[in-house]
Design a protein around this ligand. Structure first.
Ligand code: PBG
Length: 327
């Protein structure tokens, strides 16, 4: 048989490649995680995350301004809490005058069009460094007791102006409880982006450096998912859909593209991927050695998240990528 089709015709020139490209990336796909710290002035680079900073409030607002100018639509805030404000019950997490609520208000005041996503979990505030309350006797992470605090955090953040609540804690049934708490207080338009498939991953190290939030005892394997599992991610998905999540997230991203792809075939909700700190650090380190071309690799990786089925990506490369897309 004579073969008349030639796949290479569609790769003939850059123009034709662009015309037939299935997936591309734009600044509105990117969510920039930002670190906010109190008790110092200016900004300080995180050693294991070159190019990423802990900001004081003023510096944070400047960063939001720069990101906004570059076309970034959403930032995700994380607080770095002073060690002496941490305690076993994570009280600082529900302080209405805490730096976190202050920052949410300040961003929404200065840049109302910027979508602000906020974090719901106890680890930044907990002297135990866990996402939930720790039972003193057994060392167990207490599910339902934790959820009560998470609900208070969510309502407080919504009242400060948060657009998207991001529960990163992996307690069972917290999405439904938070949804109910938000509805009860009239925050019917506040979104929930659930960390739906959040794995107990070794890729979070630099983030825990940034927050000084590594667990003091044990690990997070009784609440975060086992990385040998994918079917289990479907159970988490079903739960979050029923409980009222608006967006479902897969985290980490790079080693979990199969989970993103699977979600895209099983849900009609938008999917977010979290390109986490360890993934960022690996690329930065290799690039600093001159072993890889950072810009090209970042473009390729972020495109891969979208190709797998993510409609948005939380990434520490958001600013770099936006600069590249603006060039
Ligand atoms: C904890 C939290 C973690 C990250 C986001 N929220 C770390 C953890 O679960 O220990 C990691 C993000 C990253 O590595 O970039 N609630």
């Amino acid at each position: 048989m004579e073969i008349l089709s030639r796949n290479r015709r569609l790769r003939k020139s850059e123009a034709i490649r662009q015309m037939v490209r299935e997936t591309s990336i734009s600044t509105s796909d990117l969510i920039a995680p930002l670190f906010l710290m109190e008790g110092f002035i200016g900004k300080e680079e995180i050693a294991s995350m070159p190019g990423i900073f802990r900001h004081d409030l003023k510096s944070l607002i400047h960063e939001v301004r720069d990101l906004s100018k570059l076309g970034i639509k959403c930032v995700s805030l994380f607080p770095v809490i002073d060690e002496n404000k941490k305690d076993p019950r994570a009280f600082e997490s529900i302080n209405p005058e805490g730096i976190y609520q202050l920052a949410i208000r300040e961003i929404k005041h200065s840049y109302p069009e910027m979508v602000v996503m906020t974090d719901v979990a106890l680890d930044p505030y907990s002297s135990d460094g866990h996402d939930g309350l720790v039972d003193k006797k057994t060392g167990k992470i207490l599910n339902d007791e934790t959820i009560e605090i998470l609900c208070q955090m969510a309502v407080l953040q919504a009242s400060a102006g948060s657009d998207i609540i991001g529960p990163s804690d992996m307690m069972d049934n917290r999405i439904g409880a938070i949804r109910k708490a938000l509805e009860a207080d009239g925050y019917t338009d506040t979104l929930i982006m659930s960390y739906t498939a959040k794995y107990a991953s070794n890729f979070y190290g630099p983030f825990r450096d940034a927050l000084h939030s590594a667990p003091k005892q044990g690990d997070k394997k009784t609440y975060q998912m086992d990385y040998g599992n994918s079917i289990e991610a479907l159970r988490e998905l079903k739960h979050d859909e029923l409980e009222g999540a608006d967006i479902v997230m897969v985290k980490p991203g790079l080693a979990y593209l199969d989970i993103i792809k699977m979600y895209s075939e099983h849900t009609s909700l938008p999917i977010a991927a979290y390109n986490v700190s360890g993934e960022y650090a690996m690329i930065k380190a290799a690039a600093q050695k001159g072993w890889i071309d950072e810009k090209k690799i970042v473009h390729e990786i972020l495109t891969a998240f979208k190709r797998a089925g993510a409609s948005m990506i939380l990434t520490y490369f958001a600013k770099d990528m936006a600069q590249l897309l603006n060039e």
